[in-house]
Design a protein around this ligand. Structure first.
Ligand SMILES: NC(=O)c1ccc[n+]([C@@H]2O[C@H](COP(=O)([O-])OP(=O)(O)OC[C@H]3O[C@@H](n4cnc5c(N)ncnc54)[C@H](O)[C@@H]3O)[C@@H](O)[C@H]2O)c1
Ligand SMILES: O=C(O)C(=O)C[C@]1(C(=O)O)C=C[C@@H](O)C=C1
Length: 306
């Protein structure tokens, strides 16, 4: 793979930025990669492990002269960081992000984008429960989707270049409208995370009652919930606060279904339970028959495929 950008700047040096750095280097996608993180401890760690060719003392310094700037910070602070770096963005440069929510990030960032800079939001559908500069690895994006969410009037050439960049890191890129993105992700990622957080919280409450049995005897399904529920609190707080409407819509539907199943259990309606589980089993089998299970998002990681 050949170089796509001369200089890439990564702002926020956590799981996603560090994985991008190692993937960029492995494929030779950029001449130089600069980086910045807010805390001195993170910048020191980055220097120690060789994360980024140059770790800068400000976001503006890292962004200066870059032809691609990637915002890799929690979604709640995207606008503030964009405002800080805006004066340093050169005409013709591309500004992108990796945030898990798109409409809100566009609303925060777009007002700060200078004339002549291409703003192309993006979201790699890949991650783990780990965070920080030492958690990244070059293979994270391999065979995963990266959704590109070009704003109205995005330059097609700049979009094609960003697509080539993500493909160079091993991802499959596809374009999507921001509102559709937020609804789809509320179903596939945001609501499931909230359910996992809740389930682990419930078990923790119970643990006080049953004195450690819940965790001690937990089976694989619940253990995977605990993996998901170990995800970064800042990141997920921001996801729920910024994708409020879509998440509440999906959780509302989820609650209705849960109540229906709860009622079926209480009234002993075995037929309803059996029909429901038959329908969901057919969905899983359909995915396997269509050959799509190997590309399943990280909820499948570490879990034996059925
Ligand atoms: N973790 C995942 O599974 C995943 C997957 C896809 C996308 N994302 C998105 O990617 C982004 C980064 O997530 P991550 O998992 O790499 O998080 P992380 O916690 O590993 O890293 C975030 C980094 O941003 C830095 N930071 C926070 N506020 C900052 C500020 N104001 N200025 C500069 N740096 C700041 C932190 O110090 C940290 O280095 C988030 O927007 C998240 O929604 C995460
Ligand atoms: O496997 C995990 O740890 C993840 O949660 C990754 C995951 C997901 O829900 O699939 C989390 C958030 C993202 O924005 C994209 C990917």
């Amino acid at each position: 793979m050949s170089q796509v950008y001369d200089r890439v700047a990564l702002i926020g040096l956590g799981l996603i930025a560090s994985s991008m750095f190692w993937a960029i280097k492995r494929a030779g996608l950029a001449g130089e990669v600069t980086g910045y993180a807010r805390s001195r401890a993170t910048r020191d760690t980055a220097r120690r492990i060789g994360l980024c060719d140059r770790v800068c003392e400000s976001a503006a310094e890292a962004a200066e002269g870059a032809d691609l700037v990637v915002l890799c910070v929690p979604v709640g602070v995207m606008g503030g960081v964009a405002e800080e770096i805006a004066p340093m963005l050169r005409p013709g440069a591309t500004l992108t992000d990796v945030g898990s929510v798109k409409r809100n990030v566009i609303e925060q960032v777009a007002p700060h984008v200078p004339e002549g800079v291409h703003f192309i939001p993006a979201h790699p559908l890949a991650g783990t429960e780990h965070s920080g500069p030492e958690s990244g690895f070059a293979e994270l994006f391999e065979n995963r989707w990266c959704l590109l969410v070009p704003v109205h009037g995005s330059d097609p050439e700049a979009v094609a270049r960003l697509r080539a960049f993500w493909e160079g890191m091993g991802a499959h890129a596809e374009e999507m409208d921001p509102d559709h993105h937020d609804l789809v992700l509320a179903v596939t990622s945001h609501a499931p995370h909230l359910i996992a957080y809740t389930m682990v919280g419930v078990a923790d409450d119970l643990r006080r009652v049953t004195d450690s049995e819940v965790i001690k005897y937990s089976a694989a399904g619940f253990r995977d919930f605990t993996r998901i529920a170990a995800s970064d609190p800042t990141m997920w707080r921001d996801v729920f606060l910024t994708n409020k409407d879509a998440t509440l819509e999906i959780l509302g539907r989820f609650t209705e279904e849960l109540f229906a199943l709860q009622r079926a259990i209480r009234t002993g309606d075995g037929e309803q339970l059996f029909d429901y589980f038959t329908r969901t089993r057919a969905i899983r089998r359909g995915i396997i028959e269509a050959g799509q299970d190997t590309d399943a998002p990280d909820f499948g990681r570490g879990v034996k495929k059925s």
